[in-house]
Design a protein. Structure first.
Length: 379
């Protein structure tokens, strides 16, 4: 029996972890024991608790209840808590997802006490080190032993950074193994989309007609914290809302920052705009149904960009660059930054000519099983 400790903390990690926990439950129950540690980075019920029951994720064995804070303060508390757990649990490996502060904390804690790290969603790069996530993911990749990249671009990024294409073990932090594994979030979208259609009542609750609205999400720090950028995004959304209903499940960071950085005039226009419907963060099944039923998606989220591709929807990316370059190259997404004119131009282009190519970039829907198999074989 291999014992793994999984670190989760932010919303997308809780969702990603569902795929591996499901694969363990269905295929590796007698071979892998999973201990789940929640750092408490996200803690509102609709950013954390809501997902556990709905996605059938085992409840965390530990919760560090770290909460929000400055980068150093938050990460330091996590490192301390994770180190303690790793010393007590003595796992064969630590599983980390993505690029949040919870990921970085896990990477530092485990590598210093020589516990092999499995990094899921390895190799992604924005080549923009002003993003906290870019720092987190580079540091984590370079402390890992098994690196699973969801895309071929991610795999190539690792090779370009000096990772070798090794077949024969032993594998360890100085001799890591890199994979192009496919994306566990694609596994999840396939698994949960039917369930979403059967169980979610979000369209009725929000009075939405399938195919007749645009879905938006905003939460990146360089959008929420920079007044000119958040202003440009909302001005563009107000312009589009003259023609289309837009539904915007608001991340708590954005809700808080809007009131701080937007002018009272713009806040008034937003609250008087019936077509711009802001709601609290929704459950994953609700989100999947919203994505699947939308006509277009406008987002700065990494996860939501990909899901727009899974559900064959055009996507306007509210960032200056993306790690998911394949969806832009396929013509399914446009990089619009926080530029009002670019957002409106791409919106009009996609309304007239929706993208046609949504070929498989993200694997075969069995990435989590593949990862479990490799953990058993290589560690
Ligand atoms: C974090 C990740 C980001 C990821 C995002 C997913 C880092 C550096 N950033 O960003 O990569 O895309 O999660 O959603 O790890 N807040 C609440 N309730 C919560 C959680 C947060 O009110 O449950 C508010 C707090 O004011 C907090 C702010 O949101 O200060 C930001 O939270 P934080 O976890 O630091 O970063 P995110 O912007 O959520
Ligand atoms: N998501 C959700 N409810 C919401 C908004 C997003 O369940 O109200 C899901 C979304 O479907 C995706 C993940 O959360 O799977 C993305 O998380 P987020 O945008 O917070 O972070 P990122 O992917 O940018 O790191």
């Amino acid at each position: 029996m291999k014992k793994i400790v999984t670190i989760i903390g932010a919303r997308p990690q809780i969702i990603k972890a569902a795929a591996l926990s499901r694969a363990i439950k269905n295929h590796f129950q007698n071979k892998i024991q999973e201990i789940i540690v929640h750092t408490g980075q996200h803690y509102d019920a609709n950013m954390s608790e809501i997902f556990f029951e709905e996605l059938n994720i085992p409840k965390p064995d530990y919760n560090l209840n770290v909460g929000s804070g400055k980068h150093g303060e938050q990460t330091a508390k996590m490192i301390q808590g994770i180190e303690e757990i790793l010393i007590n649990e003595k796992p064969d490996a630590l599983v980390l997802y993505g690029d949040t502060n919870s990921t970085l904390a896990g990477a530092i804690a485990a590598s210093k006490i020589h516990i092999p790290i499995v990094h899921i969603e390895a190799g992604l790069r924005s080549f923009n080190k002003r993003m906290p996530e870019e720092i987190n993911r580079i540091m984590c990749d370079h402390a890992s032993t098994l690196l699973f990249s969801p895309t071929s671009t991610g795999y190539k990024n690792l090779i370009n950074e000096g990772f070798k294409e090794l077949e024969e073990g032993p594998f360890h932090i100085d001799r890591p193994k890199v994979y192009h594994s496919g994306d566990v979030m694609y596994d999840n979208s396939l698994h949960f989309s039917k369930m979403a259609k059967e169980q979610s009542s979000i369209l009725v609750d929000e009075n939405l007609e399938a195919g007749s609205f645009i879905l938006g999400t905003i939460h990146r720090d360089n959008n929420t914290d920079i007044p000119e950028r958040l202003t440009a995004i909302f001005e563009a959304l107000l312009e589009i809302a003259k023609e289309q209903k837009i539904i915007l499940p608001l991340h708590p960071r954005t809700k808080k920052k809007m009131n701080e950085v937007l002018s009272s005039n713009l806040l008034n226009q937003i609250s008087n705009c019936n077509n711009l419907q802001m709601i609290a963060p929704v459950s994953f099944l609700d989100m999947v149904l919203l994505e699947d039923s939308s006509k277009m998606i406008i987002t700065d989220s990494g996860g939501v960009q990909k899901e727009s591709f899974f559900f064959k929807k055009p996507c306007l990316i509210l960032r200056p660059e993306t790690e998911w370059v394949e969806i832009v190259e396929a013509g399914a997404a446009h990089i619009c930054d926080a530029d009002k004119n670019m957002i409106l131009k791409s919106y009009h282009e996609f309304m007239v000519k929706p993208p046609q190519h949504f070929e498989g970039i993200f694997g075969d829907g069995k990435a989590a099983e593949f990862i479990c198999d490799e953990i058993l074989t290589c560690l």
